[in-house]
Design a protein around this ligand. Structure first.
Ligand code: OOG
Ligand code: NI
Length: 455
């Protein structure tokens, strides 16, 4: 049973999210610049779009926007992944979805740890895109064995952190002072270590296998590689980045700009060159690109039918044009993207009528009339708002990975999704995102009808 003096997982997550943001702002000053740019643009959007501001306020979502972040980490072993699952569970974050990135030339597979309940998301929607390195995709058996040996020797969690995870599990939560210590200890796992675990020679061999292998294997822990704020106008932020001294990637990933935003749009700026010391008889200094910046705009969560349409349209776009890393065909790419996506309905009414997206129902306070949910909606007794997409997109994630690996990082792997292996390593099944959104929609309708005295 939970004692009264315990902090809730939501409260611990909010503190952790703030602590990570403070740490990353210290480590990567451009992140601070990006945060103020996003805050300016979000403020302007809310000031000029009273309708949007009112909708966000009515659905209790205004508060979360300015606090909203996601981060990303890359782990080396099954044991690290399993302990990470336990660490995130203390903060009410659970693995949702399986992403196979091998298909896109990156030797990892991933999940997103995030809050799942609607109330938890409103409290603080912090998420961490978490990848596990797939050594089985590294061709050279000697190098593979060496990498496995190095990873097996490192410990990425502090003893105090492991102790507090165990305590939270045994006691069903953490007291305020324990939670405070837990946040401080857990944050250490994600900090940047400029002193590498491996010699410069081995670093270069790992780098030769894949940049990502070097990034995971060479260091003491899974440094957070970006922290992403959510913006209400990603095109405006992208446009203003150069003036703030930040160079964004060539194109925004995901769907085009629309009246009714769907899923997720993301853009990032290039990784930093960071000074690294490699150990050895005489320590060598060098550099590594590990960390970058990213912003995102979130739209409505799509049903399987809507997602299938999205995937088909994106495939159609990519069959016609692939955005070049140097931005030389950016305008043409955007034109094709916009043209192809005219096939995706762009009003909330059509998206709902065609069963393409998930909506949350609520009662407006108007007196009830006879009739079903549709009649009540038409009469303004009930309202329907789009449910925000809380997850990620494999093609977009791959584009973010690639832009930060550099053009020479692009490499072919045999696509080999292995969700079973991932879940065995994780020690749990990942949650199904569609079931989760469908559940929120169904529950909201039921609660709204009940409030009106309907069964
Ligand atoms: C993760 C990239 C994926 C996103 O927003 O799609 C991601 C990584 O580079 O480790 O964060
Ligand atoms: Ni990201």
């Amino acid at each position: 049973s939970t004692s009264l003096s315990q902090l809730s997982p939501d409260q611990i997550r909010a503190r952790f999210s703030a602590a990570m943001s403070a740490m990353y702002r210290d480590e990567v000053p451009a992140y601070g610049t990006l945060l103020s740019l996003v805050a300016d643009v979000n403020g302007e959007v809310l000031a000029r779009d009273a309708g949007l501001a009112a909708d966000l306020a009515a659905t209790d979502q205004l508060q979360r926007i300015s606090e909203e972040r996601h981060g990303a980490i890359r782990l080396g072993t099954a044991a690290e992944l399993a302990t990470m699952r336990r660490l995130f569970a203390v903060m009410g974050m659970y693995p949702v979805g399986y992403y196979d990135l091998s298909e896109a030339g990156v030797p990892v597979h991933s999940t997103a740890f995030r809050p799942v309940g609607e109330a938890a998301l409103r409290h603080n929607p912090f998420r961490v895109f978490t990848s596990l390195l797939r050594l089985d995709l590294i061709a050279d058996p000697m190098l593979r064995a060496k990498a496995a040996e190095i990873l097996a020797r490192r410990t990425i969690f502090t003893p105090a952190c492991l102790g507090l995870i165990g305590k939270a599990e045994a006691e069903g939560g953490l007291s305020e002072p324990d939670a405070e210590r837990f946040v401080a200890e857990a944050t250490k796992t994600f900090r940047w270590h400029p002193d590498a675990l491996v010699s410069a020679e081995l670093y270069h061999r790992l780098h030769g296998a894949h940049r990502l292998v070097a990034d995971v294997v060479s260091f003491k822990g899974p440094h957070i590689n970006h922290l992403t704020p959510r913006t209400l106008d990603i095109d405006a932020v992208q446009q203003r980045m150069p003036a703030a001294g930040i160079t964004p990637k060539a194109v925004i990933e995901g769907p085009p700009r629309r009246n009714c935003p769907i899923l997720l749009r993301q853009t990032s700026f290039k990784a930093l060159q960071e000074a690294v010391t490699f150990p050895g008889e005489t320590a060598v200094s060098g550099s590594h690109t590990a960390r970058f910046g990213e912003i995102e705009a979130r739209g409505i969560a799509l049903t399987p039918k809507g997602r299938a349409l999205y995937d088909r349209l994106l495939d159609e776009v990519r069959a016609r044009i692939v955005p070049a890393a140097d931005g030389s065909n950016a305008a043409e790419y955007v034109a094709v993207l916009e043209e192809v996506f005219t096939a995706f309905p762009d009003s909330w009414e059509d998206i709902r009528a065609e069963g393409l997206g998930y909506f949350e129902w609520s009662a407006t306070g108007k007196p009830a009339i006879p009739g079903d949910a549709e009649a009540l909606l038409a009469a303004g007794v009930l309202r329907c708002d789009p449910i925000v997409y809380e997850d990620f997109l494999p093609v977009s994630a791959a584009g973010i990975f690639q832009s930060n690996l550099g053009d020479s990082g692009i490499q072919e792997f045999v696509a080999s999704p292995n969700q079973q292996m991932f879940e065995a390593d994780l020690g749990a099944a990942v949650l199904d995102e569609f079931a989760h959104y469908a559940g929120i929609e169904a529950a909201s309708l039921q609660v709204s009808l009940k409030a009106l005295g309907r069964a």
